[in-house]
Design a binder for this molecule. Sequence first.
Ligand SMILES: NC(=O)c1ccc[n+]([C@@H]2O[C@H](COP(=O)([O-])OP(=O)(O)OC[C@H]3O[C@@H](n4cnc5c(N)ncnc54)[C@H](OP(=O)(O)O)[C@@H]3O)[C@@H](O)[C@H]2O)c1
Length: 251
Amino acid sequence: MSRLAGKVALVTGGNAGIGEAIAKRFAGEGASVVITGRRQAELDRVIQDIERQNGKAFAVAGSVTDERHAQAAVGEVVRRFGALDILINNAGVGEFGRRLHELDDETWARVLDINLTGVFRMTRAAIPEMLKQGRGSIVNISSIASLVGIPCLSVYAASKGALDALTRSVAIDYAKDGIRCNAVNPGLIATPMAAPLMANPEQLDPILNHYPIRRPGKPEEVANMVLYLASDEAAWVTGGSYPIDGGMTVW
Ligand SMILES: NC(=O)c1ccc[n+]([C@@H]2O[C@H](COP(=O)([O-])OP(=O)(O)OC[C@H]3O[C@@H](n4cnc5c(N)ncnc54)[C@H](OP(=O)(O)O)[C@@H]3O)[C@@H](O)[C@H]2O)c1
């Protein structure tokens, strides 16, 4: 039995990395999947891959920083598939390598606008549909940076720490309406975001020394955890933040 049969899922940033792995895993489990992202060519590539595997998917291009896009994406999902059961707030950007006093206002605002306010916009657009249905599952892709201190990551850590707090608030406010909300906190995952680091053993090796399972994670491994939280198997799970990190945060 497919674990997401009959479900409709919206995955932000579904055209690369972790979001792509989630979109493909969900489609393979019977969900109708809608992906977003700014790069049309990458959206087209993922949709073609899913359709080749007989999955159902389409894309809505745009940025989570744009309120019209948030409304249009949710509207298009409901128009095409008649419902919205699952929202995966995955779109995000990294900002690594500088200490706080080296950050300019533009960088601070941009990272928060995408990683935090973007989640607010997409969630605000999705919740009215979930309220109408009396059901919904929201999974926010956070980071271990919200759980432990990591050097030179201040604005990124701030965005993800706030995202975990937002996750708890949404969980409490909408539990009575049948809407659950959880966060997943990945450690280092081999995606385009991490590619520069992965290509540099001098930087990578000291980082991997902090991981008991001494390798980066795979996007598909994150997708497996997200699948559980998004599905009805997790019907009694809400408000949590779940590390997937090769043991990094418990060492
Ligand atoms: N890789 C890691 O080590 C790691 C660890 C912990 C947490 N995470 C989190 O996991 C999530 C996915 O990261 P990833 O590693 O898969 O990164 P990635 O490979 O760089 O992919 C990022 C995705 O987000 C989309 N995106 C970025 N800005 C956007 C915007 N303004 N509007 C809509 N979509 C946008 C990108 O598409 P477009 O560029 O086409 O817009 C792309 O699909 C992020 O939230 C990240 O913080 C990653």
